[in-house]
Design a protein around this ligand. Structure first.
Ligand code: GAP
Length: 513
């Protein structure tokens, strides 16, 4: 089995070679943790965004979308708490001069404990077979109990240190656990310090009149400041949601792991406004609904898990991540947060404007509570792309690289291939493209032997290859080859649109949810 690092390296190089993701400004040797989406990447990203938008906005009568600006009045960030509290704890290694997030070092240590427990569970499953009772085993096996309780204890202590500002104890914890620099093994650490993640910029022409601004570190605040505008103009009744997708910026301390953690990234967020006291009901509802959305893409149930937060952000009374099994292990993909009335109340206080909902039934006003779902579009991209990329050994012993993207998200839905470049076959292929292009992204490919073209389209993730041959001239049929099974069927040209549509339409995928 390939090692995790090799799989990840493969993902990065495949993304570049097949026109999905390029390093930014590569001719100048790139810019750390900044990437450009290439011709195929932009389509995949657009399809993920659309799949999210349709499931959140189009499928919910009580959710509407907005597109707020990246620049916002600077008081926004004072009110939201980002100026004072949007910090990550950083720690430097004195020998290697490498910088790390102290909480990530500790969480990675805990992940290893979790993996050890998982190993014991899998061993026992093998031993006991069908009669294995996982819950009972987790509750009673000495080693598993020890690993999991140690993990819990460590995370609680870290959360306490970070919440109370006791950073000396966070450092002590790192030292007590014997955590070493992952790259060099050195345990020679500096103190832990807080570092604000917002990027500052200026608005205005002259230095003395310019206003200090921030690039938004989350899209959510654009929703909160528009809460009343949307509620009134849309005549929205509680509970209702406002969704938005867009860029966010964070000056991350450590931005490695390709597009997993970037300094400029895109979020898909939805704030759901509810009656105070009902937030836990909706928190559970959105946890379940969002997981179903992820599962609908068919990347495997075993690749997702919830991680309920011990350490809560300054605005939350409950929070959970949907974690995904990335090539470097389980990491956060999406956050579901019960944000209480923190944001709306803070904006009321700082702006002096009421941000309340008038309830006709009780004849009274209140500040709604908020349940948020927030998923990174780039992380979604990485989750889909990394799981889809597979190396397969075929029956004849040869191998193929195939990008098994969910067909609904694939950048190009079908490639049309004339078997040879003569005898009028390219003309028929072009006619097919002319017909299909109104509904789908389709590509034309006539270079190389047809087998090589199939492999090329497999690696690009194209779900269908349509081959035009001499029989096509006689009976208007073509072969259609399915990427995942490699099965080829002879079908009438007139059937192509329906066959492709059945597999790629968002309607069909969303209905599986
Ligand atoms: N509005 C809430 C919020 O921003 P978050 O957990 O900080 O919460 C939400 O971010 C999601 O945004 C994360 O689950 C992740 O998918 C994505 N995200 C956060 N920081 C990121 C980064 N530096 N690069 C890429 N995606 C990021």
């Amino acid at each position: 089995m390939a090692k995790q690092e090799d799989i990840f390296k493969n993902v990065v190089s495949h993304a570049k070679e097949y026109g999905y993701i390029f390093p930014s400004s590569e001719i100048y040797d790139g810019l750390s943790a900044v990437y450009d989406y290439a011709q195929n990447g932009v389509e995949l990203k657009k399809n993920i965004r659309e799949y999210w938008w349709k499931s959140m906005v189009q499928m919910h009568e009580n959710i509407v979308g907005i597109d707020a600006s990246i620049f916002m009045h600077p008081t926004t960030w004072k009110a939201s708490g980002h100026v004072d509290a949007f910090n990550d704890p950083l720690i430097d290694n004195k020998d290697s001069k490498k910088r790390y997030r102290a909480d990530v070092l500790i969480e990675d240590y805990c992940e290893k404990l979790w993996q050890k427990a998982q190993k014991e569970i899998e061993k026992a499953r093998g031993r006991f077979g069908e009669s294995f009772d996982e819950e009972q085993f987790i509750a009673t096996n000495g080693r598993v109990v020890e690993y999991l309780s140690k993990k819990k204890e460590i995370l609680e202590r870290m959360a306490h240190g970070l919440e109370t500002g006791d950073l000396a104890d966070v450092k002590l914890l790192i030292e007590e656990l014997g955590i070493a620099d992952p790259e060099t093994g050195s345990k020679n650490w500096t103190d832990v310090r807080q570092f604000n993640l917002m990027f500052g910029t200026k608005l205005g022409a002259s230095a003395d009149t310019a206003m200090d601004l921030y690039l938004r570190p989350e899209t959510a605040q654009g929703i909160f400041v528009n809460f009343l505008n949307v509620q009134k103009t849309g005549r929205m009744k509680i509970p209702f949601g406002i969704a938005q997708t867009g860029k966010a910026f964070r000056n991350e301390i450590v931005a490695r792991q390709f597009i997993f953690r970037m300094r400029e990234f895109e979020q898909m967020e939805m704030q759901f406004f509810v009656k105070p006291g009902e937030e836990m009901k909706y928190y559970e509802y959105w946890k379940e609904t969002r997981l179903k959305w992820h599962l609908s893409l068919g990347l495997g149930k075993e690749n997702y898990r919830f991680h309920d937060h011990e350490k809560l952000a300054h605005y939350a009374n409950a929070a959970s991540d949907i974690e995904f099994n990335f090539p470097f292990g389980f990491k956060e993909l999406e956050g579901i947060h019960s944000r209480t009335d923190f944001d709306l109340k803070a904006h009321e206080q700082f702006s002096g404007k009421k941000l309340q909902f008038f309830d006709n039934e009780t004849n009274s006003s209140y500040v709604p509570y908020v349940v948020e779902t927030s998923v990174g579009l780039d992380r979604m991209f990485l989750s889909v792309f990394s799981k889809a990329l597979q190396e397969e050994t075929l029956e004849d012993g040869s191998t193929r690289t195939v990008l098994k993207l969910p067909a609904v998200l694939a950048p190009t839905k079908a490639a049309v291939l004339p078997l040879v470049k003569k005898d009028g076959l390219p003309d028929v292929a072009r006619e097919i493209i002319e017909d299909l292009k109104w509904d789908f992204n389709v590509a034309y490919d006539e270079k190389d032997a047809v087998g090589r073209r199939y492999r090329r389209q497999d690696a690009l993730g194209t779900p269908f290859c349509i081959t035009v041959d001499h029989q096509t001239l006689e009976d208007k049929t073509v072969t259609i080859r399915h990427r995942d099974t490699m099965q080829q069927d002879r079908v009438a040209i007139s059937e192509l649109r329906n066959i492709i549509n059945d597999e790629v339409s968002m309607r069909n995928w969303l209905m599986k949810m």
